[in-house]
Design a binder for this molecule. Structure first.
Ligand SMILES: [Fe+2]
Ligand SMILES: [Fe+2]
Length: 179
């Protein structure tokens, strides 16, 4: 419990004070095509930075798995939270959502359920289901099915990891859960 709170405080601090730099933008451009980049650019700065950090960690981890496709790992890192382009959250509204989920998980689930139909609660639905929402967006620009399935299922809170998830998904979850 305390560990989770510390992690979230670090995440908030990181969101407030780290900047999406020119070098980050070049890194993203070098790994995404024009359509992917157009989506990526719609993320708020703190989500872009998070995606860059996750992608770089995955690139580092790839040295332990020489058989895996490095570019695919980086792409997964960059695009895993792309569903959040529809959330339109600031760091503050995101923090409120995370606090509600942490302290009132049943209430959070109810709000997310309401957001399926009701536009006013849409933000909660997208926050909870950003993996599936992101996969739908990426399908429209022709992303491959294995990338789509990993992104759709990347949040272990929504889809607990199965008996043996693909290695790429395990590497993504590891990179996504640390800062
Ligand atoms: Fe996510
Ligand atoms: Fe993430």
């Amino acid at each position: 419990m305390l560990g989770k709170i510390i992690y979230r405080l670090k995440q908030f601090y990181f969101g407030m004070f780290s900047r999406y730099t020119k070098a980050d933008q070049t890194f993203a451009r070098n790994h995404l095509n024009i359509q992917e980049m157009a989506l990526f650019n719609q993320l708020p700065g703190f989500e872009k930075k998070h995606a860059i950090v996750v992608a770089r960690k995955m690139l580092d981890a790839s040295s332990n798995y020489p058989k895996l496709d490095k570019r695919k790992l980086v792409k997964l890192g960059l695009l895993h939270d792309i569903g959040k382009v529809l959330e339109k959250n600031s760091i503050w509204t995101k923090s409120i959502l995370v606090i509600i989920r942490f302290f009132f998980p049943n209430y959070y689930d109810r709000l997310a359920e309401k957001g399926k139909e009701n536009h006013r609660y849409r933000r909660y639905y997208i926050h909870k289901h950003h993996g599936a929402v992101g996969a739908e967006l990426l399908e429209k620009i022709g992303e491959s099915s294995d990338i789509l399935s990993i992104i759709a299922l990347h949040d272990p809170r929504v889809h607990p990891l199965g008996f043996e998830p693909p290695l790429e998904q395990q590497i993504l979850n590891q990179a996504d859960s640390t800062y």
